[in-house]
Design a protein around this ligand. Structure first.
Ligand code: F6P
Length: 361
C-alpha cells in the first residue's frame, strides 16, 4: 500500500475540508493507502520531528464535508524559498522542507492551493524529486485553465447574500450602500455577486471608472423614482488618481482594503446621498461550503488520488467543459485569469444597465 501526503496552502477558503474528505475516502477506502495530513502547508515540514506536525487522516467523522476552513491549518506567509525568520530576515529553507518530506516516507504529495502556492510546491517538487499533484482553490478565481477553483462559489454566495441584506436597509433609509469584496487583483467575486445581487454599480480592477459616471448612474436612478443604490467594489480597485488602497491589519501587515470607504465618501460628496460602507472581508472565506464547492471539492479530491494511482504527476486537476481533466502545473501557474472585459459577465452587466466604468483599467 502506498502512503501519500496532503496539505493545504495559502489563504483558506470554504471547501478545503470537502477536498480532504474526498482524498481520504478514495485513498483509504478505495485503494487501501495511508494518508498523512501535513499541518500549515509546507511550514509543517520544517518541524522536527516532522511527524509532530502531521495527522494521519483516516477518521470519517461525517461532518468534514460541511465544515469551513481546513482541519490541517494553512498559512500564506511560509514561502520556504523566502522564509520569514523571527528577526525579520528572509532565508531559503527549501532543503529543510524537502528533508522533512523525505522523513515522512511518502510516495506522493497532494497540494491544495492557488497560483502562488502551486508555484512554490512545483519548485520544491523539482528540487526534491517529489511526485506532486495540485488541486486549485482560491476565492479569487484567478487561476487559468480551470473553470472552477474551490472556494470561489462560496465567496460569491456570501457576497450575494450580503447584497440581499443591504438592499432593504438601503431602501428604508434612501441610502447608497457600498459593499467592498475580496478578490485580490481580480474582480471575479465583485462582478458575479454584483450581477446576482442586483448591483447598480460594479467596480472591478480590470475596468477604469469615473466618479462622474457613478454619480450619473445614481442620479438617473433617482430621476426614475429609485430612492437607493447598491454599489459593489472589488478590493483592488484604485482611487480616481490611480492609487492602490491598502488597509493596516491587526498584526500591522497591509493587504488590500479601504477602497469602499474612499468611494462612499466621494459618492456622498458628489451626489449628496447618504452613503454607508460594508467591508465583507474574511466572511467570504469562512462558513460552510456551498453545494457547488462541496461537489467540485469532492470531484477534485477523488481525481487527484486517481492520478497518483495512474502514476501521472506534475499535474493540476481542473474542470473544463463539464469534465474533470488534468493539466501541467506550469500551465496553471502561468495562466493568471483576470475578468475578461469582453466576456459574457461584463456584457451581461452592461446589458442590465449596470455602471461598470468606461475605461479598461
Ligand atoms: O487570496 C485570497 C484573499 O482572501 C484575497 O482575496 C485577499 O486579498 C487576501 O487573501 C487576504 O489575505 P489575508 O489572509 O492575509 O488576510
Amino acid at each position: 500500500p502506498r502512503r501519500i501526503g496532503v496539505l493545504t496552502s495559502g489563504g483558506d477558503c470554504a471547501g478545503l475540508n470537502a477536498v480532504l474528505r474526498a482524498v481520504v475516502h478514495r485513498a483509504v477506502e478505495g485503494f487501501g493507502w495511508q494518508v498523512v495530513g501535513i499541518h500549515n502547508g509546507t511550514a509543517g515540514l520544517l518541524a522536527r520531528p516532522v511527524e509532530a506536525e502531521t495527522l494521519e487522516l483516516n477518521v470519517f467523522d461525517g461532518n468534514l464535508l460541511r465544515r469551513g476552513g481546513t482541519i490541517l491549518g494553512t498559512t500564506n506567509k511560509g514561502d520556504p524559498f523566502d522564509y520569514p525568520m523571527p528577526d525579520g530576515s528572509r532565508v531559503d529553507r527549501s532543503n529543510e522542507v524537502i528533508e522533512g518530506y523525505r522523513a515522512l516516507d511518502l510516495d506522493a504529495l497532494i497540494g491544495i492551493g492557488g497560483d502562488g502556492s502551486q508555484a512554490i510546491l512545483q519548485r520544491l517538487a523539482q528540487q526534491g524529486g517529489i511526485d506532486l499533484i495540485t488541486i486549485p482553490k482560491t476565492i479569487d478565481n484567478d487561476l487559468g485553465h480551470t473553470e472552477v477553483s474551490v472556494g470561489y462559489d462560496t465567496a460569491v454566495k456570501v457576497a450575494t447574500d450580503a447584497m440581499d441584506q443591504l438592499q432593504p436597509t438601503a431602501a428604508s433609509h434612501s441610502r447608497v450602500m457600498v459593499l467592498e469584496v475580496m478578490g485580490r487583483d481580480a474582480g471575479h467575486i465583485a462582478i458575479a455577486a454584483g450581477i446576482a445581487g442586483g448591483a447598480d454599480v460594479i467596480l472591478i480592477p480590470e475596468i477604469g471608472y469615473s466618479l462622474e459616471g457613478i454619480a450619473a448612474k445614481i442620479e438617473s436612478l433617482k430621476a426614475r423614482g429609485r430612492n437607493f443604490a447598491l454599489v459593489i467594489v472589488a478590493e483592488a480597485v484604485k482611487t480616481e488618481t490611480g492609487e492602490a488602497v491598502r488597509q493596516r491589519q491587526g498584526d500591522g501587515s497591509f493587504t488590500y482594503g479601504g477602497i469602499g470607504h474612499y468611494l462612499a465618501e466621494r459618492i456622498a460628496a458628489v451626489t449628496g446621498s447618504e452613503t454607508r460602507i460594508t467591508v465583507l472581508g474574511h466572511l467570504q472565506r469562512g462558513g460552510p461550503p456551498t453545494d457547488r464547492d462541496r461537489l467540485m471539492g469532492s470531484v477534485f479530491g477523488v481525481y487527484a488520488v486517481d492520478l497518483i494511482a495512474a502514476g501521472r504527476f506534475d499535474r493540476m486537476v481542473a474542470w473544463n467543459n463539464r469534465q474533470v481533466v488534468d493539466i501541467p502545473i506550469a500551465d496553471a501557474i502561468a495562466g493568471y485569469q483576470a475578468v475578461d472585459v469582453d466576456g459574457p459577465l461584463v456584457h451581461t452587466a452592461r446589458g442590465l444597465g449596470v455602471y461598470l466604468g468606461e475605461g479598461i483599467g
